[in-house]
Design a protein. Structure first.
Length: 89
């Protein structure tokens, strides 16, 4: 059985991909995070509104980059993930 990703797993993945790859367009980002473009757009819009990522470049072909605030969120999400995955030993 395939484990579904939570919303926070998807946000963490988007931020991690942008941190590693730098500026990316929406289509390339959607392939990298394994989501349909429409769902990726919804996540990206939410992250833009909260200033976790920025839009750069041309208006008709924008690229997205992670902000310092997005880096802080990514670190926090990774910390929570690691904490939850500890086996308690």
């Amino acid at each position: 059985m395939v484990k579904r990703r939570t919303r926070y797993d998807i946000i963490r993945c988007v931020l991690e991909v942008l941190r590693i790859n730098g500026a990316m367009g929406i289509t390339r980002l959607s392939y990298a995070v394994n989501l349909p473009v429409d769902r990726t757009k919804r996540i990206v819009e939410e992250l833009l509104e909260k200033n976790f990522i920025s839009r750069i470049g041309e208006y008709d072909h924008p690229k997205y980059i992670i902000t310092a605030r997005g880096g802080e969120l990514l670190h926090a999400l990774e910390t929570v993930k690691n904490f939850l995955e500890e086996d308690g030993s």
